[in-house]
Design a protein around this ligand. Sequence first.
Ligand code: TMP
Length: 225
Amino acid sequence: MAKGVFITLEGGEGTGKSTQVKMLGAALAAAGLDAVMTREPGGTDQAERIRNLMIQRDAGNFDPLTEAMLMMSARREHLVNKIWPSMEQGKWVVSDRFVDSTRAFQGYGMGLDQGLIDRIYQMIAGDFQPDLTFVFDIDAEKGLSRSLKQLAVTADKNESTEDRYERMGVPFHNRLRQGFLEIAKRFPDRCVIIDAAQDIATIHGQILKAIEARFGISLREVKLG
Ligand code: TMP
């Protein structure tokens, strides 16, 4: 069905994914490609509403299945209203997180069965999969401290701060890290592991090379700021 390309960036907290999404977007645009940069949970008005329920500090605790279903509901909105229509128009869509985050956070992190997650995903997306997924890997403690530092800059110090998952502790984030590596093993055709401890420019170069190898287009490196 789709004529466009769908790329996802995945990984734990504080891996520098969001910076790389921005740089990739700039590199795609500089090459004259029509690129849509987006994120999950969110990406459309309705899905951003669900995001606000989920990831702020005051969100409280959800049952893991409830939480996965809310993530999948947001994902369905995102697919139907943004990802699929953009791909139909031949665009490149790059998403900061997608279904592998549900497999990692609600599955490996919160203990929900992987088969159950697959079944819900099949209901909302059928056989649709990303064409390419970058899995950002970093030591859990290092990632958490980077993320908390970043939040200290942007946070408004109140209960709407988006740090609910950061507050789940190091053992949770260790399970996440192992989970993402398991996911990369399970989907070797689409997953490329990125060592997120490297510097920003090196990671950007690796991402562009992987895209060149996969899709046969060459992209020039861009600088941030
Ligand atoms: P982020 O913008 O920092 O990536 O925040 C999104 C948070 O939501 C992040 O902590 C991971 C979490 N999340 C899930 O738990 N499950 C999901 O399916 C997705 C997409 C995100």
